[in-house]
Design a protein around this ligand. Structure first.
Ligand SMILES: Cc1cc2nc3c(=O)[nH]c(=O)nc-3n(C[C@H](O)[C@H](O)[C@H](O)COP(=O)(O)OP(=O)(O)OC[C@H]3O[C@@H](n4cnc5c(N)ncnc54)[C@H](O)[C@@H]3O)c2cc1C
Length: 456
């Protein structure tokens, strides 16, 4: 790796920066260590310099200096991505954007916000105005909104409002190009897909416009069931009911099913609210829908062990339901036992019914203690969906890919979370739209190099 040119360093004068080894290490990592395969691949990757612009003018100077001197740049928000998304594979600089964090404007159910804003801060600001954001990852309290758009997919809120990619959720993105004279480009509506989930490979996201919903004081809820099959059946029925909202009165922001063998990893936080002799559904229920929710839960064999607002949870020192969901479930297990990893799957959904419960029963029987089940319920592209995030006891790469092949034979899609490129982790296809935009926004291919197959 070449040392950074002295003219480049001079061009960054006055901008907060560090080359201290401990800072280089900390800011060159994300949560890639969930995957033993990525841990081996990425552990020693380091930026040569960390820069932290205080404002857009400094960010423009950084972009210009990188383009002028051919220095690779990797953007970093909260650094909570799971696939080494913000790990610099080819050195250069990591640019931490968390000081570009202002809410710029709120009007008519929309917010414009700088990309480095912490999602929790954004949500707090929206609530002060009577709004809430439509979805957030379970890392709401430590991730940035720009990182969510550039690296995330869905989260709490997706069972009600769809995924990030669904039309109308993110309505505009302003991008800064990586050129000697950086330009600002405003992408609107469908054009935002050019940079959404592109891992910061084709332009620096400066700000975003998101649509909002009226704020709801969601009730964080736990329902226990006598079997995982029953828990899943409830999740499927509730998800279907949300999308027939007018008829059913059911409404929720989050629905997550976690099987009982994962319960011991929740014990310190939740105790008897999720004991290891029952399977759980975590949810965030609309307060006006609580009676209907309880009625459906009881009819389907469930019993309630928690129903608290976020303020009540904080007072009781209990985690919010969204931190018992998505990749926080994996984190709960990994905190106690580093031999777990996970997969990202999508089970086929039959409209009006839900996922094939026999299929999940079969998977549980097939793997025994090797694979533990966890599903997230959502809505994407106009259809209900269940994302499977099973915990997998890691043996070796070969065995992991055998399990992936089993899931694919079962008719489940697998989004491989043990690879670093956008394409291999997604639909296995190069998104020409994104690559064409990269030719405009990053003509030298300096942004997060190595993360898109379309540019090799
Ligand atoms: C415990 C846990 C739970 C999680 N739950 C979810 C979940 O529910 N849903 C979900 O989708 N993800 C989830 N994730 C993944 C991750 O937390 C989210 O996607 C999160 O929103 C990423 O935000 P961040 O600020 O940490 O981004 P970072 O990790 O800092 O960056 C992510 C990607 O975006 C790029 N980037 C960052 N800022 C910019 C910018 N301004 N311009 C251009 N590119 C930029 C980075 O280069 C990187 O490629 C989870 C991860 C963990 C560890």
């Amino acid at each position: 790796m070449n040392t950074l040119p002295s003219e480049f360093i001079a061009a960054l004068a006055g901008i907060e920066q560090s080359a201290a080894p401990a800072i280089l290490e900390a800011q060159s990592r994300d949560y890639f260590w969930y995957s033993p395969i990525l841990a081996e691949l990425l552990d020693d990757k380091r930026a040569q310099l960390i820069v932290t612009p205080a404002n857009e003018a400094e960010l423009e100077r950084i972009a210009s200096a990188c383009a002028t001197h051919g220095v690779p740049i990797t953007l970093r928000g909260g650094g909570t991505g799971n696939y080494g998304q913000c790990v610099p594979l080819e050195g250069g600089i990591v640019c931490n954007v968390t000081k570009l964090n202002r809410v710029l404007a709120i009007s008519e159910g929309k917010v414009r916000v700088q990309a480095g804003c912490l999602i929790a801060d954004l949500e707090r600001a929206m609530r002060a105005e009577g709004y809430e954001i439509k979805m957030y990852p379970s890392t709401r309290d430590i991730a940035t909104i720009g990182g969510f758009i550039a690296g995330g997919y869905a989260g709490a809120g997706s069972v009600r409002n769809g995924i990030l990619k669904d039309a109308g959720n993110v309505t505009a993105i302003e991008v800064l190009t990586l050129e000697p004279q950086p330009r600002r480009i405003m992408l609107r509506d469908a054009d935002i897909q050019k940079v959404h989930h592109a891992y910061g490979t084709n332009g620096i996201i400066l700000s975003l416009e998101l649509s909002l919903n009226p704020a709801v004081d969601w009730v964080h809820h736990i329902a226990l069931f006598g079997s995982y099959r029953e828990a899943l059946a409830f999740g499927c029925a509730a998800t279907e009911a949300i999308h027939a909202r007018a008829q059913s009165g059911i409404d929720a922001f989050l629905i997550t099913a976690v099987e009982r063998r994962i319960a011991p990893y929740y014990a310190a936080e939740l105790g008897e609210r999720f004991p290891s002799n029952a399977d759980a559904v975590f949810s965030m229920v609309h307060p006006d829908a609580l009676d209907a929710w309880r009625e459906l839960m009881q009819r389907m064999g469930g019993r309630e062990t928690m129903a608290l607002t976020e303020a009540q949870l904080q007072a009781a020192k209990l985690p919010p339901a969204f931190e018992c969901a998505y990749n926080h479930t994996t984190l709960m297990a990994l905190r106690q036992d580093r031999s777990w990893t996970n997969l990202q799957t999508v089970a086929p959904w039959q409209a009006g019914k839900g996922i094939d419960l026999d299929l999940v029963d079969g998977q549980m029987a097939r793997y025994g203690e090797e694979v533990l089940q966890h599903h997230e319920f959502g809505f994407q592209f106009g259809q209900c969906v269940a994302f499977g995030l099973p915990l997998v006891s890691y043996f070796d790469r070969e065995r992991l890919y055998e399990i992936i092949a089993d899931y694919e034979r079962d008719g489940c899609m697998v989004f491989d979370n043990h690879v670093v490129t956008i394409e291999d982790g997604g639909m296995k296809e190069i998104d020409e739209n994104q690559i064409n935009f990269k030719r405009i926004a990053d003509p030298q291919g300096l942004m997060n190099p190595g993360k898109t197959r379309g540019w090799f």
